[in-house]
Design a protein around this ligand. Sequence first.
Ligand code: ADP
Ligand code: MG
Length: 156
Amino acid sequence: MQREKFFSDEVATMAFGRELALVLKQSPNFGAVIYLTGELGAGKTTLCRGLMRGFSYDGAVKSPTYTLVEPYELSTVNVYHFDLYRLSVPEEFKYLGIDDYFKTENICLIEWASRGGAFVPKADLEIKLNSLAGGRQSFCVSGSEKGRDILKRLFD
Ligand SMILES: Nc1ncnc2c1ncn2[C@@H]1O[C@H](COP(=O)(O)OP(=O)(O)O)[C@@H](O)[C@H]1O
Ligand SMILES: [Mg+2]
């Protein structure tokens, strides 16, 4: 299942992240693996920031480039934001102790998932972002039944 949406500015990208958080919150078991793909500056981290606002987290949300993962362990949910851009070999990802992060009840957002190769768990949802006409075009593709359910709730 695939859906698209245009974000005319940063506020719209953030708002979509917020909506995604609300949909996830309402899902029975709201953990998910979500890939955020697109070039540098496409808005991946911005979307993640919007999602964290949706979970009422008001602190800084920046790309965890050097640490590879930024944990947000809230009272309601654990969100782990990965940015694998600086991964030198896929094996490095394995040594992060990924089993602790990828539990069904946790939300894992992953930028540059392709750098972790086969070690990265499959996505329930992939959100692709592209620059277009001063804004961003998004393509959301489900990779599982859970992902389909999320997309239906978001768009239908
Ligand atoms: N829909 C949008 N239209 C225009 N600019 C946007 C939009 N969404 C985000 N931006 C801007 O684009 C940049 C994206 O940065 P960031 O989210 O860090 O990208 P990435 O994580 O993909 O490298 C930020 O300066 C942000 O303000
Ligand atoms: Mg980023």
